[in-house]
Design a protein around this ligand. Structure first.
Ligand SMILES: NC(=O)c1ccc[n+]([C@@H]2O[C@H](COP(=O)([O-])OP(=O)(O)OC[C@H]3O[C@@H](n4cnc5c(N)ncnc54)[C@H](OP(=O)(O)O)[C@@H]3O)[C@@H](O)[C@H]2O)c1
Length: 288
């Protein structure tokens, strides 16, 4: 297929372009090519790529910034997605929309969220992404909503890089232990997306690495992998670091639909963190 990947310069989009290129003719675009929230730019970009399928990774991803720049965040996430959905419908192309655990309110037990659980975002970013989901789910043609969480990989900023840097700078660091989720390596999610796009499956899927943890346990694992004593990572409550956007307490995503679809088993988040850290330490990344 001819596949258009949006957000191709971002953490996930870059991994998706590389992964899909093995089986498809891939065109990657990002903000310098045009703002997808601008209907005219979206028409021009989609017409130039003439895709059979669009994997929409582009998004406003600054969760705290979305609280103050609400209209811009809504335009970038819901508006751009509506533009792409309309264009995919017109050309009968498939659309894969990347969404987030933040469409849920965090009240699930540690078993986590099912694909069919109701959306109830706690923050504006979650609301913008939920609006995008609603537009995609109303399409008559082939569509996929793939929710992921706690992404790390070869991007400008990510939790793994930040913890590694802070451990080199300080004796101890405090990390919240009252939020649970599924850390996810962009490369492993790209493999899931390649499976879903090639199989042209329809519906909502949860795509994460296997397993779940708190941010504190994630940071301790990073410390261990970097050769530090994990006891240098101290637990704290979210109240210790008030932020503009509320975060869900439990955003663990259960990947029932992926398993039903026969997706190959996903590596654990610990294995994923190990592989990314090996590349980071060896300097074999775009964004060291
Ligand atoms: N990061 C996470 O932890 C996480 C968790 C759950 C879900 N997700 C979802 O996963 C997807 C990929 O996230 P990511 O972390 O890889 O994002 P990212 O690194 O921030 O990349 C997103 C890319 O989209 C571009 N972009 C933003 N607004 C645009 C617009 N209006 N038109 C065209 N391009 C635009 C950005 O450009 P600029 O950088 O120049 O703005 C950026 O290059 C997103 O849909 C996100 O909502 C992410």
């Amino acid at each position: 297929m001819k596949v258009l990947v949006t957000g191709a310069a971002g953490m996930l989009g870059d991994a998706v372009v590389r992964r899909l290129a093995a089986d498809h003719a891939v065109v990657g675009i990002d903000l310098p090519d045009g703002d997808l929230a601008d209907a005219g730019a979206a028409v021009r970009l989609v017409a130039a790529a003439a895709p059979d399928w669009v994997v929409h990774c582009a998004a406003w991803t600054d969760v705290d910034g979305a609280e103050t720049r609400r209209d811009e965040a809504m335009a970038a996430n819901a508006g751009a997605t509506a533009n792409l959905a309309r264009l995919c419908r017109e050309r009968d192309a498939g659309l894969t929309y990347i969404s987030t655990d933040y469409v849920f309110d965090g009240s699930a037990g540690h078993g986590g969220w099912d694909e069919d659980d109701p959306r109830a975002p706690l923050n504006h970013y979650g609301l913008t992404k939920a609006r995008g989901e609603e537009t995609v789910a109303a399409l008559p043609g082939p569509w996929q909503i793939v929710r992921t969480s706690w992404l790390f990989g070869d991007g400008r900023v990510n939790f793994v890089k930040t913890v590694r840097r802070l451990l080199a700078e300080r004796e101890t660091l405090q990390v919240v232990d009252d939020q649970a989720g599924c850390p996810t390596y962009a490369e492993d999610l790209a493999a899931v997306l390649a499976f879903l796009v090639s199989s042209r499956r329809h519906g909502i899927f949860h795509g994460t690495n296997a397993g779940s943890c708190t941010w504190h346990a994630f940071a301790q694992e990073i410390a261990r992998r970097c050769g530090h004593d994990p006891a240098r990572v101290l637990p704290c409550a979210s109240d210790a670091f008030p932020r503009p956007a509320r975060r869900p307490a439990c955003s663990v995503l259960r990947s029932r639909r992926l398993e039903e679809a026969g997706c190959p088993p996903r590596p654990t988040w610990q294995d994923a963190a190990r592989r990314y850290l090996e590349l980071l330490v060896a300097g074999r990344v775009r964004h060291p």
